[in-house]
Ligand binder design. Structure first.
Ligand SMILES: [Zn+2]
Ligand SMILES: [Zn+2]
Length: 128
């Protein structure tokens, strides 16, 4: 019984101590709050800038990935600047479809865009 009483009163003392500390801290240093926020801002700006740069870099990667494909025959990187989706590899002269990267019939490469496949009618579709 006695030990319980002692520990309860110790607990009250501890709480009282915390309460006094909390009051004196918030009363004694009113400027600590705003100063802390100001100090955080440049760091936050730097972080935002880094995130923006990372985002930009990932966009560039996506752009390269989307604008450069490999020839299905020889693996040369091909970039489509403009024109239709019937591509001719400048390295091995293979005709291929920019959309599905299928090697196309040399005598009639355009037939690919008339056959029943997902690329039907997509010859002049603006696909990067
Ligand atoms: Zn090629
Ligand atoms: Zn195709």
């Amino acid at each position: 019984m006695a030990s319980t009483l002692i520990s309860v009163s110790l607990l009250i003392l501890r709480f009282a101590g915390c309460w006094i500390q909390a009051v004196s801290r918030s009363d004694g240093e009113p400027a600590s709050g705003p100063d802390y926020n100001v100090a955080q801002d440049p760091l936050q700006m730097e972080k935002d800038l880094r995130e923006k740069q990372l985002f930009q870099e990932s966009l560039n990667e996506v752009w390269l990935k989307d604008n450069s494909k490999r020839c299905p025959s020889c693996g040369t990187h091909i970039q489509k600047i403009m024109g239709c989706n019937k591509m001719t590899c400048f390295s091995c002269q293979t005709h291929f479809c920019w959309i599905c990267l299928k090697v196309l019939n040399r005598t009639d490469p355009y037939s690919h865009f008339r056959e029943s496949n997902p690329c039907n009618g997509q010859l002049n579709a603006d696909i990067q």
